[in-house]
Every structure is written in structure tokens, then in C-alpha cells.
Design a protein around this ligand. Structure first.
Ligand code: GLC
Length: 659
């Protein structure tokens, strides 16, 4: 018997440093290759004796240059250069691996792919896969039309086979894709296209993009009208002393929602803002924990309800109140820090701050005491829902690693399906894990120490810790307003900031990532949440510039793309889904944070574009829970409270700054 064969793949990405040189730019091919290889490892190569190493090219260039590899991305297979300077041919790669491992299923991939690909090339010399909404596609089509180049267009929104072709040809679901003279080009890569088509600079007709990025403008009257419509949404959703996120799907009181809602009320009815906060903190547990839902006893149809959470068994819930057993990001201090400034009745504002300050402090103390198991000044969450970003791609890997499921989840899904739109909400596989995590918590009666020691989901999140950091600063400001000592808050904020910069920042990539305390790895997903430290002033000036460069280099519609506002997930990722909750759509609260963040680092125009785009969305489509980044179509719940509240905040600030 021969020695068992293994395959070692090494990807040299365009990144790293050597002597005085440091690579600052990103390379799209490297990013695509990275995503595809990760995906192959999880799918076709899963369980096979194949390992993947990803290394910065410039730190390691001398290791491959003598093997002929000089143009990143370079992929080596067992040390030999397989491809360079472009996204590798995936069927060929699988076939090569198959030959080394003597694995016929992999070897056949190449044959299958070639047969299928050839048949579509025959249709036309140039085939373009596009969707009408994708900005890069529009640019590409305009370029081809403008230069009178014939092509066969295939709209991926119309035919499933076009979507499948894209995936088959590129290994991902990103458009545009051009198949030109047998070569597959991903994205609008004008130079490669010209090269393949033999267009020289002199012959080329330059086509202007179909409209520059315009900052939507409003008259004061329009602002006033949108403002009044937003107020009507809050009025509609307010019952007694608090406000539902929306009346259909969210008939209870939600933690961070109420924070955002209070910010809206501060501008026109501060008393309501204070009442909202009082109602929320009624549910604060004895240890300072603030649940993500305080249940409205009049609605029994929400699932999972109080009976499922069994929070009462903890012995920490105030009597007569029903709550969930997980929390949400502590946005509150930031949302009410301007009470004295905005309330015409300063005494009333001061007495509210005096009343709420000890509760906020107790909440922040809770996080540092019970949610920082390794005393790193980084708070960890115990459930994806605690992040507020329920089904973001960030949780895919940590959830996939959990093997236990909950049979009960099935019944929950059935109830859920009845009230939620199909396709826009998390699917059953996720729900099973979500409920397993809840069951694991009530098993320990919400004893946080035991949970930290025995829980399969513990994540130090970038968004959560950035929000906490900013809230500590704002709690310090509240303490100062009240004449209290603010030192401890500023110190704590500083410690969180240092910890985020130290542990959650990836120097080579220039980006912040969540850290998974269970697998002890960073979660390298390109979501918009990586950019939230800007809002809390966490990176210094240089690092801030680097982070902004990254934001521009990714597909977040910032450089030359023109979507309706910033999507929650990088649009060039294979699993970007523009209509699916936290996996792509535009969310108003996240854009609101981002607009403030980029402004702090000098990007005034971008900030204004984001804020005005949000107002335009609300004006055009209404106050939705989230929006499709391409079309702007409102999705999820209609008349959603935090959307209305933050639009009120934006308009109020704009009108004030005009005066
Ligand atoms: C969803 C969102 C969460 C929000 C809640 C109520 O669960 O993911 O962030 O707080 O709805 O609006």
C-alpha cells in the first residue's frame, strides 16, 4: 500500500508587507478566489484530506517566485503553482485534486463543467449574465451598447438556468459575468474585456455611468411632510406607555428598538421618550441584565413566548413581568444623552437622567461582570439574536458547528411561517439552532457563569462592543451633566476601545472581525458591521483611513455603485441576498450609525448621501423594516417604529443645522 495522499492548497493573497513596502489596495480576484476556496473546503472538499492555507503574498513572495509565481492571487497545489493573476479554474482544480487523491467524483467535475460550458458558448460569442438592478451590470451593458458590441444577454432574475450557469462558471453567484471567446470574466473588468475583444484605447467609446451618485435633496416642506408621516407611524404603534416595533409581527417591547424609538420621541415629545425608557427598564433583572423582549401580556401569539424562555426560573425577573432570557446591544445611553439639550423643560430632563442613570450603569456593569468571561474588556453574546442581527452571515459558521438541535423548533417554525413572508425570514435549520441555544440557557436557569463555561455559542462582536464603547462615553457625559464622577465610564470606554483594536482588528486586511470564543477564530465575513467601530471613534486617524479604503473597495455601493443606501452584506459575496433580512438588505439603524461614523473620519459627502438616501427611501416607499438595496422596495414589516424614529432624528437634525 502506498502512502496516503494529501493535498495542500496555498493561496497567496495580494496583501502584506516587505521592508518599507506595504500593500494597501485590495485585489478583487484575490477576494473572489478566497471566497470560492473557502466554499469548496466547506462543500466539495469537505471531509477530504485537503488543507487550505491563506497567506499574505508580499510577506511570502520569495517562497513562490522561484516556482514561477509572481502575480497574486497565486494558488499552489502541493507547492506547485496552479494558477496566478486570476480566479483559478475551479473544475480544473477539483479535477487536479481528484487525480492526486485518486478520487473519481472530483475528476469528473472537469468533464461535466466543460460539456455544459461549451454548449452555452455556442449560443453567442459573448454572453452577459446580468440583473436589471445590479449597478455594475448596468455599467457593463451600457459599455457594450455604446461600443456597438453584440452580445447575448441572460437576465438571472428571469431564468433559474441563468443563475445556475453563473454559479457553474464562476463558483459563485455574483454578477455581472461575461463569457467572451471562451473566457469567463467576473465583474465589470474593463481591461480584461477590452483585451479579449481587441478594443484599443483609440477605438473605444467611453460611456459615462448612467447617472452620478446624486445626493437626494428635499425642501423644508418635504422634510416636514415626511417628519409628520413618521410621527404617525410611532403614534400608531404606541400603546399605553411603550411602542411596539410593529403591530403585526412584533407586538411586544423590544430592547434596542425602544432605545431608537426614544431618540425619535426626544425631538417632539420628550416625555414619551422617558416613558419608553421607564417601560423598558421595568423589565431589568436583579443582576442588571436587560432582556431583549418584555412581553405584552395581551398578545399570546408571539413565539417563543414567556413559557418557552422560562426566565422566571432564574429568580432574577421583577415580579409580574414576563421577559425573554437574552439581551440586545446597549444603545440606550447614546439615545438619551441629548435629553437636556433637546427637552425645552430642562428640569424634567435632569430628573429623568437622574432616575435612569443608576439603571444604565447597572446594565453596563452587568456586561463587564458576567459577559466578559476572560476579563478582556470585550463583551460576548450567547445567542445570535442578542446581536440584534438575527440571521447575519456572521453566525453561519458558529451555528454550523453546533450539532445539537431542538425538535420543538419545528412547531415554532410552523407558527412563524403563518405570519412571516416566505423567503424573507430565517429558515428552519437556523431556528433549530436558535432554540437549542435558548434551551441550553434555561437548563442552567440563566446562571451566566455556568453558561459561559458550558455554552456552544460565545462571540465577541464588533457591533455589540462598539455600541457598548460609545454608550460608556455617553454614560460618562450623562454622569457629568448630573455632576457625578464620570471617570470610570471614560476609563471603561477606553479599555473596550483598546481591546477592540487589539483583538478584533486584522492588521493584514485592515478590517474588524468578530471573534468566536468557542472555535477561537475570527469570523471573517464581509458584513457592514465590520465598520461600526467608526461610529464609536475606535480606530485612530490612520487606521480609520485604512478602514474607509476597505469600505470603498468592497461592494457596499460606496465607490461607483449606486444602490439606494448601504447594504448590510457585501454585494459581491456569493451568499448576498438583497431581500433576506440581515443578509443583504438596507437597515436604517445600521446606516444611521454608519453615516455618523464616516463623518467622524472626514467623509462628509458620503455621510450626507447615506442620510438623505434613507430619508428618500422612507419618502418613496414608506417606513419599512428594511429595504432591497437594488430596487429600494420596502421589505419585512411596514410602518416599522425604529425606521420612523431615526428618520425623525435625521430630519430634526438637518432642520436644526439649517437654522
Ligand atoms: C428582529 C430584529 C431585531 C429587532 C426585532 C424587533 O428580531 O432582528 O434586531 O430588535 O426584530 O424589531
Amino acid at each position: 500500500m502506498g502512502k496516503k495522499q494529501t493535498v495542500e492548497l496555498t493561496l497567496y493573497r495580494y496583501a502584506g508587507k516587505f521592508l518599507f513596502f506595504r500593500i494597501k489596495n485590495r485585489c478583487t480576484e484575490c477576494d473572489i478566489t478566497y471566497v470560492i476556496l473557502q466554499r469548496l473546503m466547506n462543500e466539495q472538499l469537505h471531509g477530504k484530506p485537503v488543507s487550505l492555507r491563506i497567506v499574505p503574498w508580499l510577506d511570502n513572495f520569495w517562497k513562490v517566485i522561484w516556482r514561477g509565481g509572481w502575480h497574486a492571487p497565486i494558488l499552489t497545489v502541493n507547492g506547485k503553482v496552479f494558477s496566478q493573476g486570476k480566479v483559478p479554474d475551479i473544475p480544473k482544480l477539483l479535477s487536479k485534486i481528484g487525480k492526486i487523491l485518486n478520487d473519481t467524483s472530483l475528476i469528473q467535475q472537469e468533464k461535466m463543467q466543460t460539456e455544459k460550458a461549451v454548449s452555452s458558448y455556442e449560443e453567442s460569442e459573448i454572453t452577459v449574465y446580468f440583473s436589471p438592478a445590479c449597478p455594475h451590470c448596468r455599467q457593463l451593458l451600457a459599455y457594450l451598447d455604446g461600443n456597438q458590441i453584440n452580445y447575448a444577454g441572460r437576465d438571472v432574475t428571469k431564468t433559474e438556468s441563468a443563475r445556475q450557469d453563473v454559479e457553474r462558471l464562476t463558483g459563485r453567484l455574483t454578477i455581472p459575468v461575461v463569457v467572451v471567446k471562451g473566457e469567463v470574466i467576473s465583474g465589470f473588468d474593463i481591461n480584461r474585456l477590452k483585451d479579449r475583444l481587441g478594443i484599443s484605447a483609440g477605438d473605444e467609446k467611453v460611456v459615462k455611468p448612467d447617472g452620478e451618485k446624486m445626493i437626494p435633496q428635499f425642501t423644508d416642506r418635504q422634510f416636514e411632510e415626511i417628519y409628520q408621516n413618521a410621527k404617525a407611524v410611532l403614534d400608531k404603534n404606541r400603546i399605553d406607555a411603550w411602542t411596539m416595533p410593529s403591530s403585526r409581527l412584533y407586538p411586544h417591547l423590544w430592547n434596542w428598538d425602544s432605545g431608537f424609538i426614544a431618540r425619535g420621541y426626544l425631538h417632539y415629545d420628550p416625555e414619551r421618550a422617558y416613558t419608553e425608557m421607564r417601560s423598558l427598564f421595568r423589565g431589568q433583572w436583579r443582576d442588571g441584565f436587560l432582556p431583549h423582549i418584555i412581553f405584552n401580556p395581551e398578545y399570546t401569539h408571539h413565539f417563543p413566548g414567556p413559557d418557552y424562555w422560562k426566565a422566571d426560573n432564574s429568580g432574577k425577573v421583577p415580579s409580574g413581568i414576563f421577559t425573554s432570557g437574552i439581551s440586545q446591544p446597549p444603545v440606550h445611553a447614546t439615545m438619551i444623552v441629548d435629553s437636556v439639550k433637546l427637552d425645552p423643560d430642562k428640569q424634567r430632563a435632569l430628573s429623568f437622567l437622574k432616575e435612569i442613570y443608576p439603571k444604565l450603569k447597572k446594565l453596563h456593569d452587568f456586561y463587564f461582570t458576567w459577559r466578559d468571561p476572560q476579563a478582556e474588556n470585550l463583551v460576548s453574546i450567547v445567542h445570535p439574536w442578542e446581536s440584534g442581527l438575527d440571521n447575519a452571515p456572521l453566525w453561519d459558521e458558529p451555528l454550523a458547528a453546533i450539532t445539537e438541535t431542538s425538535a420543538w423548533a419545528l412547531s415554532m417554525q410552523e407558527k412563524y411561517d403563518k405570519i412571516a413572508e416566505q423567503g424573507e425570514r430565517p429558515k428552519r435549520t437556523y431556528i433549530e439552532k436558535y432554540s437549542y441555544l435558548i434551551e441550553n440557557m434555561f437548563k442552567y436557569n440563566y446562571d451566566w457563569q455556568k453558561i459561559a463555561e458550558n455554552h456552544p455559542f460565545l462571540i465577541q462582536g464588533v457591533l455589540f462592543n462598539s455600541i457598548l464603547c460609545r454608550s460608556e462615553i455617553d454614560l460618562g457625559k450623562i454622569a457629568e451633566t448630573l455632576g457625578y464622577d464620570a471617570g470610570m465610564h471614560y476609563e471603561r470606554a477606553d479599555k473596550v476601545k483598546t481591546a477592540i483594536n487589539k483583538k478584533l482588528y486584522d492588521e493584514a486586511e485592515g478590517i474588524y472581525y468578530n471573534f468566536d470564543l468557542v472555535s477561537r477564530k475570527h469570523i471573517k465575513r464581509d458584513t457592514i458591521f465590520s465598520y461600526m467601530p467608526l461610529f464609536a471613534g475606535i480606530p485612530d486617524k490612520d487606521r480609520g483611513a485604512k478602514v474607509l479604503n476597505n469600505l470603498r473597495a468592497h461592494c457596499f455601493c460606496i465607490a461607483d455603485m449606486d444602490c439606494v443606501a448601504i447594504p448590510s452584506y457585501d454585494m459581491c459575496q456569493v451568499d448576498f441576498e438583497g431581500e433576506f433580512y440581515w443578509r443583504g438588505p438596507v437597515w436604517v439603524n445600521i446606516n444611521w450609525y454608519l453615516a455618523q461614523g464616516v463623518r467622524q473620519y472626514g467623509e462628509t459627502e458620503l455621510s450626507e448621501w447615506i442620510e438623505h438616501s434613507l430619508i428618500a427611501l422612507a419618502d418613496r416607499y414608506g417606513f419599512y423594516e428594511y429595504y432591497d438595496p437594488d430596487s429600494g422596495r420596502g421589505l419585512g414589516e411596514k410602518d416599522f417604529s425604529w425606521t420612523a424614529a431615526l428618520i425623525i432624528d435625521l430630519i430634526a437634525q438637518k432642520l436644526r443645522s439649517e437654522k
